[in-house]
Design a protein. Sequence first.
Length: 397
Amino acid sequence: MKLSKRSNSIKPSPTLAIDARAKALKAQGVDIVNFGVGEPDFDTPENIKEAAKRAIESGFTKYTPVGGTDELKEAIIEKFKKDNALSYAKDEVVVSCGAKHSLYNIAQALFEAGDEVLIPAPYWVSYPDQVLLNDAVPVIIKTEEENSFKITPELLKANISGKTKALILNSPSNPTGCAYDRASLEAIAGTAVKNDFYIISDEIYEKLIYDGFSHISIASLGDEIKQRTITVNGLSKSHAMTGWRIGFAAGPKNIISAMTNIQSQSTSNPASISQKAALEALKGSQDFVPKMVSEFDKRRLYMIERLNNMKGVSCLRPVGAFYAFPNVSSCYGRRFNDKMISSSFDLSSYLLEEANIAVVPGGAFGDDKYIRLSYATSMENIQKGLDRIEAALSALK
Ligand SMILES: *Cc1c(COP(=O)(O)O)cnc(C)c1O
């Protein structure tokens, strides 16, 4: 018996695959420095854990409404008002099992065969596969490092067709750490309104920003763009809650209602206990967030400086998220013993096997000139890991 065409059209998330290989080597006793991770290395704050314990002890352990409890939706509505100058009603918000799940449900609600979905590259690994899983066509648009990997209206226009259904935006970006300023967002919003396509705005790294950058939600730029935007966010990155699986989306009522129906026939509600934890994350003390961000900031500055001092490496200074995305393409064509390094995959596998460093090849994000290093790991690890990378790169002939 054959598997469906759909399931054959996709591959497992390459970031999770590298992480698994690094963990396997570690389990064998190899001293791996893991720059592959995509989650904060901080523990979930105590007040959030306490809220979850209270939920268990008070018996809040049953089904909730499919799209999340009213109190959690209200807290999310408050968050959008306060942080993003966006006002939504309860039927314009849905809580899912992680932001990835929200994104998937959007894809299910909007896409079908014949649709084209614009995805700027470098992109987060799940976007193209979620589009493919829903029978639509990902249209990958390569952006330029010189323009901080931002998509321009010109690039957009060159890729719009009668079949264009949506653009997936991610600011701040995983993997590049770049983010869109107001003027760039206004230009994109204008193009989306004029050509009548949706914007799916993944803002999961909104709170992790540096150098005084201020995050802007594209949906807040006017009524016309708000009607065409679904904003996705969650607590995984901002509150170190990756394992709790809470994400959410806000947008036009008909789309949110379709997403809720899809959820009602697949996962049902996100875990009741996690919803209580999420409520505390949104409404309780926010002291944790700036502390984590300032720690990330120190590591960011150190990592970027070290990378830029390595021969053959150049790295933009990211303003968000917790990744460095250095250009390593000048190492391609060089050799270790008789093995030629000719792609980001070769280089990543060389770094893992010979220097015991896990990084993610840029090719997985749609641009082979780069590798992604996460600085969501201790300063000590970062120092050790960068020493090893420097030595490994200078060993190439
Ligand atoms: C981590 C991440 C998500 C998903 O987060 P969840 O854990 O599913 O809430 C979504 N988008 C990007 C770009 C991410 O890096």
